[in-house]
Design a protein around this ligand. Structure first.
Ligand code: HXC
Length: 260
C-alpha cells in the first residue's frame, strides 16, 4: 500500500542525513522518505552490493544519494564515513543509527562472543557513530551556523521492555541504545543544541530482521495477538523519523521570533 505522506515535501529541504544500515529494511525506507522530503542522503553499510543497489534505487527517485562502505564496529570506518559525508555534501545535519545485528539463540547456546558481537554493532556502534559525528552536528561546527545543532535518531526496539525468548543479546543491546539516546539528549542537547531522539519499533513487516527472526509464524499469527491485528510497516517508522528529525521538533523556535 502506498500512503500519502502527512508532511510537506520540502520538510527536510537542504538537510544532509547519514543513515547507518541505510541499504535495507527500516534504514532504507528512512533513506527513501528523507530523500523524498528534500534531504540529501548518505547511506552506510557493510555490503557493497546492497549499498550499490540501494543508491541506484534512491537516485532513480531523483534523490541525491551516496553510499559508503563501512562497519559501525570499526571506529576508523565510522570516522571515515562521517568525514566522507561531510566532504561529499558540505555538512551533516542528521545522523540515523539504524544498523543492527540479530539472530535467534537461547542464552544457554549463545557464546559470550555472540553476545558481544550484537552489543558491538547495536550499542557500541551507535555510540561510535554519534561520537564521530559530534564535531559536525554541534552548533558552530563545520558547515553549520552558530545558531543551531543537528540531530541524531537512534533506532531501538521494544523487546527489552519485558523479556523476549532467545533475544538476550539484542534486548541488552537495545536497552543500551535507549540509555545512549537519553544521555546524549541531555548532554549534547544542553551543550551543543543537538536533538537526540529514539524510535522503538515493534515487529515491522518486510524487513531483514523479521524475515530472519519470525519467517512466517508471526505474520500468520499477527491477526491473533497484535493489538492492531497487523505488523507495523516500514513507512510508519519512516514517518516518525521524519517528524523527529525535521524542524517541526525544534526546541521551541515556533513559539517566538527574534525582534526585528
Ligand atoms: C548463535 C551466532 C549466530 C547464530 C553468529 N553467532 N550468528 N551464535 N546463533 N545464528 C555468533 C558466532 O558464533 C560468533 O561467536 C559471533 O556470533 C560472531 O559471529 P560472526 O559470524 O563472526 O559475526 P559477523 O560476521 O560479524 O556477523 C554478525 C551478525 C550479522 C550479527 C551475525 O551478520 C547479522 O546478524 N547481520 C544481520 C543483520 C540483521 O539481521 N539486521 C536486522 C536486525 S533486526 P563465536 O563464539 O562462535 O566466535 C533488529 C530488530 C530487533 O535488530 C527487534 C525485532 C522485534
Amino acid at each position: 500500500m502506498s500512503l500519502e505522506s502527512p508532511f510537506k515535501a520540502d520538510i527536510l529541504k537542504g538537510k544532509v542525513a547519514l543513515i547507518t544500515g541505510g541499504g535495507s529494511g527500516i534504514g532504507f525506507e528512512i533513506s527513501t522518505q528523507f530523500g523524498k522530503h528534500g534531504a540529501s542522503v548518505a547511506i552506510m553499510g557493510r555490503r557493497k552490493q546492497v549499498l550499490d543497489a540501494a543508491v541506484s534505487a534512491l537516485r532513480s527517485l531523483g534523490i541525491k544519494a551516496v553510499g559508503f562502505e563501512g562497519d559501525v564496529r570499526r571506529q576508523e570506518h565510522a570516522k571515515k564515513v562521517v568525514e566522507s559525508t561531510f566532504e561529499h555534501f558540505g555538512k551533516l545535519d542528521i545522523l540515523v543509527n539504524a544498523a543492527a545485528g540479530n539472530f535467534l539463540v537461547s542464552a544457554e547456546d549463545l557464546s559470550p562472543n555472540g553476545f558481544r558481537t550484537v552489543m558491538d554493532i547495536d550499542s557500541v556502534g551507535t555510540f561510535t557513530m554519534c561520537h564521530e559525528a559530534l564535531k559536525y552536528l554541534k552548533k558552530g561546527g563545520p558547515g553549520r551556523s552558530s545558531a543551531g545543532g543537528g540531530s541524531i535518531l537512534n533506532i531501538s526496539a521494544t523487546l527489552h521492555y519485558t523479556a523476549s525468548w532467545y533475544q538476550i543479546h539484542v534486548a541488552a543491546a537495545k536497552a543500551a541504545v535507549d540509555a545512549i539516546t537519553r544521555n546524549l539528549a541531555l548532554e549534547w542537547g544542553a551543550d551543543y543544541d543537538i536533538r537526540v531522539n529514539g524510535i522503538a519499533p515493534g515487529p515491522i513487516g518486510d524487513t531483514p530482521g523479521m524475515n530472519k527472526l519470525a519467517p512466517d509464524e508471526i505474520n500468520s499469527k499477527a491477526q491473533d495477538y497484535m493489538p492492531l491485528y497487523k505488523l507495523g510497516e516500514k513507512w510508519d517508522i519512516a514517518m516518525a523519523a521524519l517528524y523527529l528529525t525535521s524542524d517541526t521538533v525544534d526546541g521551541g523556535l515556533w513559539l517566538s521570533r527574534p525582534r526585528h
